[in-house]
Design a protein around this ligand. Structure first.
Ligand SMILES: Nc1ncnc2c1ncn2[C@@H]1O[C@H](COP(=O)(O)OP(=O)(O)OP(=O)(O)O)[C@@H](O)[C@H]1O
Length: 252
């Protein structure tokens, strides 16, 4: 493997990655790189390989062939999921997984601690530093006013933000977000785009999304996947005008 400029400057570098399930190629020689503090939107029809790509990055799925490097030196194809998470790669699945019975701020506190057993964490004294970090994270995800409510009472959009706040507590260098706008109101969708843009000032963000209004709002480079490879990449306007993209995805 040659270590060229693109490899060394990229935070995430995928090259020639293939994943086969029972003879079916879910990823087909996929190449993609994400820079530091870059936000990228990934679009594409159902079955294009978007989830499988995220699974390769997080170590859930091993590629049959190809290169997956983080910070030009960590070979993601050889690390397990826990090690990859510790490198600073966080993943937000489509359905929020927060602790409904606990308050919003306790959810953030649980995410801050490495000891995740709720009893010792919630009943131990909070340090000043922890309080400040909780305040800052709640502010960031727009939940300061809801801090004492139980997470189960939040709207769907607020639960998504809480989970993003819990991921931010781990200070990720790369955040993978799967369809954050699904099921959100128009206002929540617009607020989520703002939030992700803010996050991208200090971390890289990969957003898989079908909602084109939201993708336009993000205002970032777009990659369209199809049949496990990159079909088109560039500005949303350029990608949307691509005839193949219209044929396989947008024009449906
Ligand atoms: N564990 C698996 N075993 C067999 N086939 C799989 C497996 N995981 C994914 N696939 C297949 O691989 C292809 C790519 O799936 P993937 O979930 O990555 O697509 P996607 O772009 O995320 O689609 P969607 O937008 O519907 O979530 C699909 O045809 C899917 O059926």
């Amino acid at each position: 493997m040659t270590i060229g400029g693109e490899v060394t400057s990229a935070l995430l570098y995928l090259d020639d990655v293939s994943v086969t399930f029972d003879g079916f190629r879910a990823l087909n020689r996929l190449s993609l790189s994400i820079g530091a503090n870059e936000m990228r939107a990934i679009i594409g029809p159902n079955g294009a390989g978007k989830t499988t790509m995220m699974d390769v990055i997080t170590g859930k799925t091993r590629p049959n062939t190809g290169t997956a490097l983080f910070q030009a030196r960590h070979d993601l194809t050889r690390l397990d999921e826990a090690s990859i998470s510790q490198l600073g790669i966080g993943r937000k699945f489509q359905t929020p997984t927060v602790f409904d019975m606990h308050t919003v701020e306790d959810n953030i506190l649980l995410a801050l601690k490495t000891d995740r057993r709720p009893f010792p964490v919630l009943f131990s004294k909070r340090t000043r530093e922890e309080k400040e970090r909780i305040d800052a994270l709640l502010e960031r995800v727009r939940l300061t006013a809801s801090r004492h409510r139980s997470a189960g009472e939040l709207s769907h959009g607020q639960k998504q933000w809480l989970e993003i706040g819990m991921l931010l507590a781990q200070e990720p260098k790369l955040l993978l977000v799967d369809e954050p706008a699904a099921g959100m109101t128009d206002q929540e969708t617009a607020d989520t785009a703002d939030l992700l843009r803010e996050i991208a000032k200090t971390a890289s963000v990969v957003v898989v999304e079908h909602d084109m209004v939201f993708v336009r709002d993000l205002g970032v480079k777009v990659t369209c996947l199809h049949e496990g490879s990159v079909l088109a990449e560039g500005s949303l306007d350029a990608v949307s005008a691509n005839e193949r993209v219209i044929e396989v995805y947008l024009g449906r």
